[in-house]
Design a protein around this ligand. Sequence first.
Ligand SMILES: NC(=O)c1ccc[n+]([C@@H]2O[C@H](COP(=O)([O-])OP(=O)(O)OC[C@H]3O[C@@H](n4cnc5c(N)ncnc54)[C@H](O)[C@@H]3O)[C@@H](O)[C@H]2O)c1
Ligand SMILES: [Zn+2]
Length: 357
Amino acid sequence: MKLSISSNIHDYQVTIEHSPDFFNDLCNIPSRCFIVDENVWTLYKGTFLRNLSEKDVIIQPIKEELKNLDSVQNLYDQLVNRSAKRNWTMISIGGGILQDITGFAASTIYRGMRWIYLPTTLLSQADSCIGSKTSLNYRGYKNLIGTFYPPVQIHIYPPFLNSLKDIDYQSGLGEIIKLFLMGGCEHYRNIIQLMAELQMRDPEALSIAIQEALKIKLSYMEGDEFDTGFRNLLNFGHDFGHALESASHYRIPHGQAVIFGMLAANCIARRRSLLNNSVEEEIADALLIPNLSIPPSIDELDPEMFVQAMQKDKKRTGDALVLIMMMDNFEFFKANDVTPDEIQFALNEVISSLKIK
Ligand SMILES: NC(=O)c1ccc[n+]([C@@H]2O[C@H](COP(=O)([O-])OP(=O)(O)OC[C@H]3O[C@@H](n4cnc5c(N)ncnc54)[C@H](O)[C@@H]3O)[C@@H](O)[C@H]2O)c1
Ligand SMILES: [Zn+2]
């Protein structure tokens, strides 16, 4: 499958690869430098990456705490030491953290170096690889710094997913579920059908889920690449989700926190009569709760902490809290007037439906 994406920066192409042969062409690019996620390098240096010698590769340690300007500066140093020039191509291989560090470096060194990306986690293959964003954490604030800079080519090779740890795989499933819900009722029914196979990492099901998730994300990005309006809706599940990630000190991975966030947002939508009771219940019981494999503990659900974290939302412009909500007919809506009382209500509801003690 090939997906062509038009961008205000430069158009780019996403290819789902069924054979590893595509990698030979990348190795033959004349002036290129590979930057590889340390864990991916360890796992694949004897197989998929065997044609790369250690001197061809910059190995990047991966930790959320390293997604910062220091790592980017370190990368600039290594590129300069290798006499990288503006006409070089940077080829990144790894998950979302590697994508963000290398994408930011590629967009800023020499005011933009040609950049190719091979996502290796489910989250990066099904979601983050498209959309042009690069983000770094700054002084404890997540994704505060960033640029818009898509790769010129994205090659998705699903067999990379076989080696993912369960926790990282379950995180990616959370984002896929969000995108399928945002794709409308038919997609919602389809993901329920696919779920058992996805849980088993069935290659066919994965290929379908990745393609569809990317197409749905694209439909929300079109016309709003720089995220000033409609694209904001992709933040569904992320308002409560980010708060839970930080309340759990990142014990709960991003995509799992997003599943929790969707449950909570749907409670408020139901209370506001935007979402029919039975639809909310069906989505929770059939899709969200069964796939919340890493649920929060009671001490990670302090309402005051949630309100404070949600007040930090960088997309908030006034005093009230912002929340993306799902409505009947699978339409989405951004409310700018959510109250602390509603946050407390949603947390109580989720605590009781998940039977958290
Ligand atoms: N730029 C964007 O648009 C965007 C969008 C969403 C998320 N993100 C960012 O992405 C990051 C999360 O990305 P992620 O979920 O891909 O996690 P990640 O990059 O932290 O990777 C998860 C773990 O899997 C390892 N790994 C990578 N590929 C592997 C493979 N094939 N087999 C085994 N292990 C592998 C990594 O080394 C890491 O330990 C966050 O920092 C988030 O902010 C960015
Ligand atoms: Zn996300």
